[in-house]
Design a protein around this ligand. Sequence first.
Ligand code: NAD
Length: 460
Amino acid sequence: MKITVIGSGYVGLVSGACLAELGNEVLCLDVDAHKISILQQGGVPIYEPGLEELIKNNVAAGRLRFTTDVAESVAHGLVQMIAVGTPSGEDGSADLQYVLAAARNIAKHMTEYKVIVDKSTVPVGTADKVKQAVQEELSNRGITTLPRPQAGEARGEGRETGQPSFSVVSNPEFLKEGAAIDDFNRPDRIVIGADDERAIEYMRKMYAPFQRNRDRLMVMDVKSAELTKYAANAMLATRISFMNELANLAEKVGADIEYVRKGIGSDQRIGYNFLYSGCGYGGSCFPKDIRALQRTGEEFGMPMKILSAVEDVNHTQKNVLLQKITARFGSNLKGKHFALWGLAFKPGTDDMRDAPSRVVMEGLWAKGATVTAHDPVAMKETKHIYGERADLHYAKSPLDALQDADALIIVTEWNAYKSPDFDAVKSKLKNAIIFDGRNLFEPQDIKAMGIEYYGIGRGN
Ligand SMILES: NC(=O)c1ccc[n+]([C@@H]2O[C@H](COP(=O)([O-])OP(=O)(O)OC[C@H]3O[C@@H](n4cnc5c(N)ncnc54)[C@H](O)[C@@H]3O)[C@@H](O)[C@H]2O)c1
C-alpha cells in the first residue's frame, strides 16, 4: 500500500518506519526542512530505541523516503496519515492549526480519492473540522466532492470519474515513547473511528499484518474513537496522581507507599501497572491531553472534576523534590551544587517536553544553586532548550556528575541509575545525601550505608 505520513516526529517516524517494514511504500513529510535533511542523510533527529536501524533498513530497501514537498506527498499515498503535533493552545484546548493545515494541504493537491487518517491526538469533533477544511479547499478549486461511495466501489478509488473524493478516519495512536516500536507492532488495540465502509476496508487492509495473533481492530464511530484516546491518557494520569497523593499522605502518617502499592496492586481489579509514585508525570502527551479533555468538558458544560484534581496533584508533585531539598538545605541555595540524574521525562526517550527535571532545575537555579546533570540520551536536547549557562553543567557519566555535589537528585528512572556503586557515590558527593524522585532504592539499605535518603512516600 502507498502511505503518506504527515509529520515526521515521534509518532510519524515510528508509524512510517513500522508500516514500511511490513512492505508498504511510505513517504514521510515534514515542514521542518532541517529534520528532513537529517533523515535524508541517514540520521534520525530523535532518540527512540531501535528506530535508527529500522529507518536505515527500510530506506535501504527503498520502502521509506522523506520529503518536504507537499505536492509529492499528496500524490504518493492513498492513505494520508496526519501525525503532526497538537500542543496546548492558550486556553488549554488542543491547538489544531497543524492538523488543519495538513488537511488543507491534502485538499489543495489531491486529484483522486484519499483516506485521510487523524493519527494525532485530537478532540472530539476534529474529524468533522478536517472534513470541512478539505471540502472548503476542494470548493476553492471548483471541485465538488463525489457523493459518498458504496462499499462495493472500494477499489475504484474515484479514478473512474477522475473526480477527487475523500474519507476521514480517526485512528488514535497509543504508543509509548521508549517502547514505541514494540507498541506499534504489537498494539493492545487498534482503534478505528469511521462512518464510511470504504475507508474501514482500507484501514483493515493496512492493519491486517497486525491482526495475525488476534483481532485487535476496534471499529467504532468517529467521536468515540477520538474520545477513547483522551480517556486512556486521563485514566493513566489519574492513577499516577492518585499514587502521588497517597504517597504524600503515607509520608505524613508514617507509612511506606511501596508496601501500600504492593498491597493494592495485588488486587486484580487494580493491578501493578502504572501504580508508582514519583516526582510527577510529564512528557508530550499527558499534560496537554488532560488540559484538552478538561477544555472539552467545559465546552460541553460538563466540568471534569477528577481531572482538575489530577492536574493539581501533579503540579504539586513536580515540586516535591524541591520542597524536600529546601526543607533539608534551607530556601536560599546560593553556593549549593547538586548532581541530577535523569533529564528526559521518562526512560527510553530524549523527550524533554514538560519533563519534571525542568521544574527541579529551574527551581534550584531560582534559589541560587548550580546543577551538574547526567542523562543517557537527553543532554543534547537539554542543551538545545537551555543553551549554555553557568549554572548547568553536563557530566560524561552518572558518577562524574556527583563530584563535590551537596546531594544527588534522581529524577528519571533510567536502568543505568538503579544499581550504582554506592561507595563511589559516597566518596564523590560532598554530603552523602540522595533525593530519590523515583523510589529506586530501599531507604533502610541506603541509610545502612551511611547515606541520608529522601524518597517519595517512604514514611518510616
Ligand atoms: N509522542 C508520543 O508519545 C505520542 C503518543 C501517542 C500520540 N501522540 C500524538 O501524536 C501527535 C504527534 O506527536 P509527536 O510527539 O510525534 O509530535 P512531534 O512534535 O514529535 O512531531 C510533529 C511533527 O509534525 C511536523 N508538522 C507540523 N505541521 C506540519 C505540516 N502541516 N505538515 C507536515 N509536518 C508538519 C512538525 O514539524 C513535527 O516534526 C500529537 O497529537 C501527539 O499528542 C504522541
